[in-house]
Design a protein around this ligand. Structure first.
Ligand code: NAD
Length: 289
């Protein structure tokens, strides 16, 4: 299948490479020359604009930084440039309102479009083990699913347009909250004289158990290997967690939802990411010293 891929950064670079590896003809575009050179090395052909990549494509996949860029790229370079029977798949994490607006405009022009944000970081993008949460029509999902499967281990339909973004920000709001909760519990346990490994052995089989504890423990040397064991390098940057918490709070306000812990988690990550945005988000535990 001929696929246009727009946005070849930390995530998109690995995802486009996996589509090429699966035998697709990938026409890739990014505003960065380095990203284009890397895409050529991983089996993609490159284009000089998003519109050129979209021309003649059966599918367009994008992995871009934010909603404004997604909106500009689709309105100016994809809609009206890709053939009307192409399926459009935006994998970026953006606000629900923009996702719905762009999908509505694409539908008006006759395209099937889905929002398909991911769970899993740069390593999962490179390994082809992402989880995709998909919003859009049943037809759009059916057409996007085989393409997304070549880049991930799970592809789940969340509902209509914007539902993928909604699932993603609700999931990440919960993740931010329980990472802070896990960090506080370990710090308090330590202050009360408990050995962190002993507390882990108890809590990981008790009712405090959660993913932040047993799969991504913020304490070095406890649980499976995590960014905490590498001085919080790599993993999921605190700046990206802050981005997702801001999107969640924006959505909560628009939807009239009450999310006091989400708001507090956003404030804590705002303070932390100001100087430590490049560290893994589990490094928030170091702000509780
Ligand atoms: P990144 O900054 O590494 O990559 C974004 C790429 O888009 C860059 O290469 C940039 O040059 C390119 N770009 C910007 N404007 C463009 C335009 N107009 N046309 C073409 N290309 C353009 O970011 P990333 O880490 O790859 O993240 C991409 C998306 O994935 C974001 O929405 C992010 O929130 C989401 N995400 C990231 C992670 C992660 O761990 N990095 C995890 C889950 C989701």
């Amino acid at each position: 299948m001929r696929i246009a891929f727009i946005g070849l950064g930390n995530m998109g670079g690995g995802m486009a490479a996996n589509l090429a590896k699966a035998g697709h003809e990938v026409r890739a575009f990014d505003v960065s020359e380095d990203a284009l050179a890397h895409a050529r090395q991983s089996g993609c052909q490159t284009s000089s604009s998003a519109a050129e990549a979209a021309d003649g494509a059966q599918a367009v996949v994008s992995m871009l930084p934010n909603g404004k860029i997604v909106r500009d790229v689709y309105l100016q370079e994809v809609i009206g440039h890709a053939p009307a029977d192409a399926v459009l798949i935006d994998c970026s994490t953006i606000d629900v309102a923009t996702a719905r607006e762009v999908e509505g405009l694409a539908a008006k022009a006759g395209y099937a479009m889905v929002d398909a944000p991911v769970s899993g970081g740069i390593a999962a993008a490179a390994a082809g083990t992402l989880t995709f949460m998909v919003g859009g029509s049943e037809d759009g999902f059916a057409r996007a699913e085989p393409i997304l499967s070549a880049m991930g281990k799970a592809v789940i339909r969340a509902g209509e347009a914007g539902a993928g973004q909604a699932a993603k920000i609700c999931n990440n709001m919960l993740l931010g909250i329980h990472m802070i909760g896990t960090s506080e519990a370990f710090r308090l346990a330590e202050r009360l004289g408990l050995d962190p490994q002993t507390f882990y052995d108890i809590a990981s089989v008790s009712s405090g158990q959660c993913w932040s504890m047993t799969s991504y423990c913020p304490v070095p040397g406890v649980g499976p290997e995590t960014p905490a064991d590498r001085d919080y390098q790599g993993g999921f940057a605190a700046a990206l967690m802050l981005k997702d918490l801001r999107l969640a709070m924006e959505a909560a306000e628009l939807a009239g939802a009450t999310t006091p812990l989400g708001a507090h988690a956003k404030d804590l990550y705002e303070g932390f990411a100001a100087d430590n945005g490049g560290l893994d988000f589990s490094a928030i535990i170091t702000s509780l010293e």
